[in-house]
Design a protein around this ligand. Structure first.
Ligand SMILES: Cc1cc2nc3c(=O)[nH]c(=O)nc-3n(C[C@H](O)[C@H](O)[C@H](O)COP(=O)(O)OP(=O)(O)OC[C@H]3O[C@@H](n4cnc5c(N)ncnc54)[C@H](O)[C@@H]3O)c2cc1C
Length: 334
């Protein structure tokens, strides 16, 4: 964000900007009355306008001792990816992926490309169910199995077991079975970085920081003109989705939401812009390109509109109350 001296910058940009960078320092609190952000080094930074863009972090395996075993990974940052890449190159005798959302499914796909044996444990009925629903999830399940994935749905991992040297060796599943694995990837979704806002009085919590479509932060249902929110941590009402609050964890949303917030931070009310992006993302896995537009979980019916499910090349539309609310394509992006 390029702005006045009093702005707090929490995200990076490629272009040189006239900003004071405070890298490696964590914001630990927000004092709205004094219009100041507290930093971990004790400094208080005043602001005229504040942008909250603290994003999300990977949800770690919930048992800290098991999460600390060598060979247990999560994936969020470039360093996480580099460490996992190194572990997969070793190579392991079997990889276990816990959670078959998009990230878990992409990791699984990479494992199969490397010809590594991989077991996926997903507590839902199929991979990608949360994002794309049960009908497309079943198709994804078949694709994974056809690519040699040992896919186990409707199950959880109860515990991870390590050897005397502290390296993970096996996982115990909720159905009583045990799987030997020496690399475990916990792909359990994300947690929004909102703890530092505790006590600030913003509508923030588990689901993110509430704001209006212009990025203005919500305080008990009233928006403020001095604090803005953008990116993964933001949730705002969307006119196309019955004004429900949506949180979108996609690059497009982070970039365009930040643009709208930045515009509104430095303009007066008649010139405010809404951020009403139609969510969209794509994923390459198992030799397929999957594209999604809109909000599939908002739909309650699905129709295959083009192509062939059998040939794994199709488009499907999601509907709700007679209106199309999302679409997904498999190898049919155009
Ligand atoms: C493995 C993976 C693959 C992905 N692939 C895709 C994809 O293919 N397409 C797509 O559209 N999206 C993808 N995403 C999602 C995309 O990366 C996010 O939507 C995007 O990074 C969100 O940007 P952001 O700036 O809101 O948050 P982030 O990128 O999370 O940035 C937030 C920043 O705030 C910092 N921060 C947090 N708390 C504090 C604090 N208290 N004080 C100071 N700094 C703080 C963090 O260190 C971080 O640098 C992927 C995500 C992951 C994890």
């Amino acid at each position: 964000m390029a702005s006045s001296e009093n702005a707090v910058v929490a995200t990076g940009r490629l272009r040189e900007v006239n900003a004071q960078w405070r890298l490696g320092v964590t914001a630990t609190g927000l004092d709205r009355a004094a219009k100041q952000v507290r930093l971990a080094d004790g400094e208080q930074i005043p602001y005229d306008r504040l942008l909250i863009a603290t994003g999300t972090r990977a949800r770690q395996w919930p048992n800290p001792d098991e999460a600390a075993l060598d060979g247990v990974y999560s994936l969020r940052s470039r360093d996480d990816a580099a460490q996992l890449q190194k572990a997969l190159a070793a190579p392991p005798s079997r990889v276990m992926v816990i959670g078959a959302g998009f990230i878990g499914s992409e990791v699984t796909s990479v494992c199969r490309e490397l010809d590594l044996p991989v077991t996926v444990v997903e507590r839902g009925s199929a991979p990608l169910v949360g994002a794309l629903g049960g009908v497309v999830g079943e198709i994804a399940a078949e694709i994974q199995r056809n690519h040699g994935v040992d896919l186990r749905c409707g199950l959880g991992v109860s515990s991870l077991e390590g050897d005397a040297g502290g390296h993970v060796r096996r996982a115990h599943l909720s159905d009583g079975t045990t799987i030997d694995a020496d690399v475990v990837v916990a792909s359990l979704g994300s947690i929004r970085n909102v703890e530092w806002l505790e006590g600030a009085g913003l509508a923030s919590g588990f689901w993110g920081v509430g704001c209006d479509a212009g990025g203005r932060a919500d305080i008990n249902g009233v928006v403020t003109d001095s604090i803005y929110v953008a990116g993964d941590v933001a949730r705002s009402p969307h006119v196309l989705y019955e004004y429900q609050f949506l949180a979108m964890e996609h690059w497009d949303n982070a970039v365009l939401g930040a643009e709208a917030a930045a515009h509104n931070m430095v303009n007066l009310e008649p010139h405010y812009r809404p951020h009403l992006l139609l969510p969209g993302f794509w994923s390459d896995q198992f030799g397929l390109n999957i594209k999604s537009v809109g909000v599939p979980p908002f739909g309650d019916e699905i129709v295959f509109t083009q192509g062939s499910v059998k040939e794994r090349r199709f488009a499907a539309a999601y509907g709700r109350r007679g209106r199309i609310v999302a679409a997904v394509t498999f190898d049919h992006g155009k």
